[in-house]
Each structure stands twice: as C-alpha cells, then as structure tokens.
Design a protein around this ligand. Structure first.
Ligand SMILES: C[S@@+](CC[C@H](N)C(=O)[O-])C[C@H]1O[C@@H](n2cnc3c(N)ncnc32)[C@H](O)[C@@H]1O
Length: 193
C-alpha cells in the first residue's frame, strides 16, 4: 500500500465508529452493549439500590435488574424508558450510581454523582479510555481518584441511537471507572474482556 493510500485507510478506520467525524447525536445517545455491564458485574458488587441517571433506552438498567438490583432509571430525554429527569436535579441518592453518561458532560456527571451519594457508596461510569487524559481531569483525579479502572481489552460497542446493527466493531477503547466516595489511594487498573 503506498503512503497516500495508507493514510486514507488509517483515517477511514478511525472514523469507522469513534464518532469523531459524525455530528454527535443530540444529547449524546449512544447505547451501551449489554455485555459491558455483564462484565462489570463479574468484577464488582453494588448496593442493592442503583440509580442509572442517563438511562437512554435502558441498556445498562436492564442488565442490572436482571441481576436482582433495584434500579431507578431516568434520562433528560424521553426515550421510552424510565423517568424523564435532568440528572442535575437530583440532590441526594442513597445507593450507588451506574451509567454511561453523555461524554461531553462526563466529568460533571462524575462530580455530581460523588456529591449526591453517601460515603463509601460507589459510582461506576462507562467511559472512553481517553477520559484519563486532560489537565482538568488530572486535577480532579488527584483529589478524587477512581478506586479501580477496568479496561476492556476487547472492543465493546456503544451504538448511536441504539442501532447496533450498523456496527461491526468499534474503534474506541472503553473502561469502567469505579469511584468509592472517600477513597484516597492509588487507582488499581485491571483488564476485562
Ligand atoms: C451515552 S448515552 C447512554 C445511555 C445509557 N446510559 C446506555 O448506556 O445505554 C447518554 C444519555 O444521557 C442522556 N443525558 C444527557 N444529558 C443528561 C442530563 N443532564 N440528565 C440526564 N440524562 C442526560 C442522553 O439523553 C442519553 O440518553
């Protein structure tokens, strides 16, 4: 393959499903492949009460419920699942929080989650591995380190508008980031999938 073709190939591969060249879905609706939540539950136990505050069409909530958790699901937009509610209107939550938040607001979601839960409760967020980058997030991580980060070695899919049939694979590496309110220490990195 000549240099020009190789460059074109690399860029088209990256564009395959990393969402960078497409207009992002309004309010960031990318449904999480259920396997991602199954993998999380193989690693972590949660409080029986879980809030999924950006539930979309319930792709995470349904897996949690199938494992016996009592899940309250809500989303800013009515997607036919759960309550319609802005997450930032929640002022407290007596349980754990698990979601794949809108990526543009991910840090705000993590901070708000940690503000509204009780000490020792958990926040689990399904996010791109790049969430580890950036100076702003570094400052936050130094004050509030995640306790564990589960990196998915195999690719998992977040499907725009839940149209999983349009994806053969993913160009994005995702991880589950777990915070435990009050945890101070070095984050542990583990690999799943
Ligand atoms: C990346 S999608 C994930 C959906 C679902 N958690 C899943 O994993 O399948 C993010 C969701 O966050 C919702 N959202 C965006 N801003 C929100 C807010 N302020 N409060 C609650 N939900 C919000 C969007 O409507 C969208 O459904």
């Amino acid at each position: 393959m000549n240099k020009k073709k190789k460059k074109a190939f690399i860029f088209s591969s990256l564009a395959a499903s990393n969402h960078s060249t497409k207009k992002r879905e309004e309010h960031d609706f990318y449904a999480t492949e259920p396997k991602a939540t199954e993998l999380l539950l193989e690693q972590e136990k949660f409080n029986i009460k879980i809030l999924e505050p950006a539930c979309g069409q319930g792709h995470i909530s349904e897996v949690l419920a199938s494992h016996g958790y009592r899940v309250i699901s809500s989303d800013l937009i009515d997607r036919g699942y759960g309550q319609v509610r802005n997450f930032f209107d929640f002022s407290d939550w007596d349980g754990d929080i698990i979601t794949n938040p809108p990526y543009r607001e991910a840090l705000k979601f993590v901070k708000h989650s940690l503000n509204i839960i009780k000490p020792q409760r958990k926040v689990a967020m399904f996010l791109k591995i790049q969430f580890l980058e950036s100076k702003e997030r570094r400052c936050f991580f130094e004050k509030c380190p995640p306790k564990v980060i589960y990196v998915s070695s195999g690719r998992l899919i977040c499907a725009r508008n839940a149209e999983f049939n349009k994806y053969k694979s993913s160009a994005v590496c995702y991880a589950w980031y777990i915070w435990e309110k009050g945890y101070i220490g070095e984050p542990i990195i583990r690999w799943i999938n």
